[in-house]
Design a protein around this ligand. Structure first.
Ligand code: ASP
Length: 311
């Protein structure tokens, strides 16, 4: 089959001056993943390559440049899921890990468990030959300044304008039909140490099932968890018809990638009154995306092979 790839860099109030940087990051992530997929490579290699580009880019809230927790430390979460086996590898509350997605992948491939946290995850990473870095090396100047302002003042959104959120994610299908989804984040700014959001939780921040499709979410984690948003979107993909509420009563439409994305975000707004977004690929590789924030950074490879990015 034709390979497919979609990525995101978070759904939030991205200010005008950062839109180019966000688009650029998505473009480079697509290029990294597509160089593998277009040469017949494996979806897992492609998705890892795409996520690493996004984690390394400080404009996004993952890896280097993640938001700082209340103690001023970077604390990362990540997950990758295999749609064929429904097996996931997830990590949470990692300190000193430049690319948390690499640890998630190592768990997926080499661990009898599906999720490891904190010291246990770091120990596993070392055993797998994945080096830890100095936790200070993950702190960007922009995030340190925002954190300092939050500590002096009460945590206020205006201190984070420009880097409020920005979790990253990707979904990839290779020519052999292997489907993987992944999400990586530094979580929310000034979170309590030990806080785990939706991102690394199977079904919440990420889900993949080769029978239906793959999803990566972004937004207010405490709300996304309530509606298990990634699995909810995959369930919409599985149905042949999706029935939706509208001001004029319920109406039913044939399911599609775009409809599934839209209805999952609609449910988030309706049931939790929170904001967020998601990207997905259905099992045929059709892209879908939706968000109820002012903006979301995302990109996908169109049918003609061109990269489409938007903010
Ligand atoms: N969902 C992430 C979290 O709650 C944040 C985000 O997507 O920006 O940790």
């Amino acid at each position: 089959m034709k390979p497919a790839l979609i990525v995101h860099g978070g759904a939030w109030d991205i200010p005008e001056e950062l839109t180019d940087a966000c688009k650029n990051g998505c473009q480079r992530a697509l290029a990294a993943g597509w160089s593998t997929l277009s040469r017949g490579g494996h979806a897992l290699d492609a998705i890892e390559a795409a996520i690493i580009v996004l984690e390394d880019d400080p404009v996004f809230d993952a890896g280097y440049g993640s938001h700082l927790n209340l103690d001023g430390r970077v604390e990362c979460d990540a997950i990758v899921m295999n749609g064929a086996t429904l097996h996931a590898g997830a990590v949470s509350t990692l300190h000193g890990m430049k690319n948390p997605i690499r640890v998630a992948r190592a768990i997926l491939e080499n661990c009898p468990h599906m999720m490891l946290v904190a010291e246990g995850a770091e120990r596993f990473a070392r055993e797998q030959g994945i080096a830890l870095c100095n936790p200070e090396d993950l702190i960007s100047e922009t995030e340190r300044e925002a954190w300092l302002k939050c500590r002096l003042d009460k945590h206020a959104a205006e201190h984070h304008r420009g880097h409020e959120q920005g979790t990253v994610g990707a979904v990839a299908i290779d020519q052999n039909g292997n489907l993987f989804a992944a999400t990586s984040t530094g979580g929310t700014c000034c979170k309590l140490p030990g806080r785990v959001g939706d991102s690394p939780l199977i079904g919440c921040g990420c889900y993949a099932d080769s029978e239906a499709g793959g999803v990566s979410c972004t937004g207010y984690g405490e709300a996304i968890m309530k509606i298990v948003m990634a699995k909810t979107a995959v369930d919409f993909l599985r149905q042949s018809v999706v029935c939706v509420d509208s001001p004029h009563g319920a109406s039913c439409e044939p399911s599609s990638a775009q409809l599934a994305a839209r209805e999952a975000v609609h449910l988030l707004a309706k049931r939790t009154h929170a904001t967020g977004g998601l990207i997905l690929l259905d099992r045929h590789g059709n892209p879908g995306f939706a968000f109820n924030t002012p903006r979301m950074a995302y990109g996908y490879v169109a049918l003609d092979g061109n990269f489409v990015t938007a903010v």
